[in-house]
Design a protein around this ligand. Structure first.
Ligand code: HAM
Length: 417
């Protein structure tokens, strides 16, 4: 019996209450900040991710779903949302629009990870990207927008961690001193970090192994090596965050799991940390669009994982509004009444009234039990006696009150209820 693949899961109707809640908040947030939605394909040319996320990161080295299609083209399931947005920005000439272009997306991403709570092989991201603007006020706005998103969901006790990882001018000098620091501990490094030392030294700071974290504690700080422009940018971001009263923690060891970032990087996580706790992360990626063949274009963005958000909504016991129930249930006795019931159900739905029509050959008692279990407020009962008078019984399922109403007035009576 086939099952959902490891690291993936079905979202059952009762879970969709959460999904709809989060998606509605995301859509309202984006309207508030002037972001428009953009959808990109679920698979892309594999090179899009290989070029932008870069080797030496877990995502590229271990987690990509890469396959050749029947023509032999190498494709990859979407591993994240930023590179596809940048590809679309170049491909559709969005750089010709007034800048910045502000776009958002909600959709699945795929990473071949070891599944555990909060970490899946298919997860869903809500992300937003502002392309074509270098102003540090926009970095601060993106951080504030992320914070506003979590606030609107009702999530509390979250912290914002902030850092600057410099630019292609100042980072190389930092990487040299970082490598020297780690080289003096070479025998104590885990096998992954030995490889990182050669391929992607910045990622050394992000190793989760306790022994490597000890070495990170005494590592030189990138913020001591920023060029004057990156320094000023970082200070400005902090100044604007201060103006908006957004608290944040400076974390000079914060680096992200993707390689395209420049200057500002940030992550948001619950104060009580645990395993896969980061709810969202983002930052500036001023070189990404150029690396894909576009003109040099500064950009900044953020993405959050919907599964982790929902885990936290449950953990923090946030009250989620339930999804609307159907307006009425239609029950009947006998074939003649059933024909009338089919007709009435069709007419009511055309009038915008949500109805469930009893089906099968349940007794009237069985039909009413069904209406009750669905939590529907009103039931219409069509019996032979009522039909002969072109009327139906309307029953308030909560109070048990019943009254006879003419068939011609059902829609008029139900609509305001
Ligand atoms: P990311 O940090 O790789 O960033 O992913 C964003 C969020 O997606 C994470 O903070 C986490 O909540 C969720 N997430 C990632 N992997 C998994 C997984 N395996 N299972 C469950 N949830 C997961 C990005 O993807 C960047 N594109 C963010 C960005 C946008 N940077 C600039 N703009």
């Amino acid at each position: 019996m086939p099952k959902a693949p490891r690291g993936t899961f079905d979202i059952l109707p009762q879970e969709h209450v959460y999904w709809k809640y989060v998606e509605d908040k995301a859509n309202s947030l984006c309207r508030l900040y002037g972001y428009q939605s953009l959808s990109t394909p679920i698979f892309e040319d594999a090179q899009l991710f290989i070029k932008t996320i870069a080797g030496g990161t877990d995502i590229i080295d271990k987690e990509m779903y890469i396959f050749a299609d029947k023509s032999g083209q190498e494709l990859a399931l979407r591993a994240e949302g930023t590179a596809p947005v940048c590809r679309a920005y170049i491909e559709h000439g969005l750089f010709n629009l007034p800048q910045p272009v502000k776009l958002y997306y909600i959709g699945p991403a795929f990473r071949y990870e070891r599944p555990q709570a909060g970490r899946y092989r298919q997860h869903h991201q809500f992300g937003f990207e502002a392309l074509g603007e270098a102003d540090p006020a926009l970095d601060a706005e993106v951080i504030e927008m992320a914070r506003q998103f979590f606030d609107s969901l009702g999530l509390s006790r979250l912290s914002i961690h902030l850092n600057s990882i410099g630019c292609k001018l100042c980072r190389p000098a930092y990487l040299e001193v970082l490598k020297q620091h780690y080289a003096s501990y070479i025998d104590h490094l885990c096998p992954d970090c030995k490889a990182r030392l050669i391929r992607n030294p910045l990622r050394l700071l992000d190793c989760k192994k306790t022994s490597c974290q000890e070495i990170a504690k005494t590592a030189p700080k990138i913020t001591d090596y920023l060029c004057p422009e990156c320094q000023l940018h970082f200070q400005s971001v902090q100044k604007y965050l201060g103006a908006m009263n957004i608290p944040f923690h400076l974390n000079p060891r914060l680096v992200r799991g993707l390689d395209y970032y420049t200057r500002t990087v940030f992550e948001i996580e619950p104060r009580e940390k645990g395993g896969q706790s980061t709810l969202g992360g983002g930052g500036r990626y001023d070189d990404l669009i150029e690396s894909l063949g576009g003109k040099p274009t500064p950009a900044v963005g953020f993405a959050a994982g919907l599964e982790r958000i929902i885990l936290n909504l449950k953990k923090q016991k946030i009250d989620i509004p339930s999804l609307p129930k159907p307006d009425a249930f239609i029950a009947y006795t006998g074939e003649e009444a059933k024909i009338e019931a089919v007709k009435i159900a069709s007419e009511l739905r055309k009038a915008g009234i949500a109805v469930i029509l009893a089906t099968g050959d349940k007794s009237l008692k069985g039909q009413m039990r069904q209406a009750n279990s669905l939590g529907i407020a009103y039931a219409l009962i069509l019996g032979e006696q009522e039909l002969s008078k072109r009327s139906a019984m309307l029953r308030d399922m909560r109070s048990g009150e019943q009254k006879t109403i003419p068939l011609s007035e059902i829609a008029k009576i139900l609509k305001p209820r």
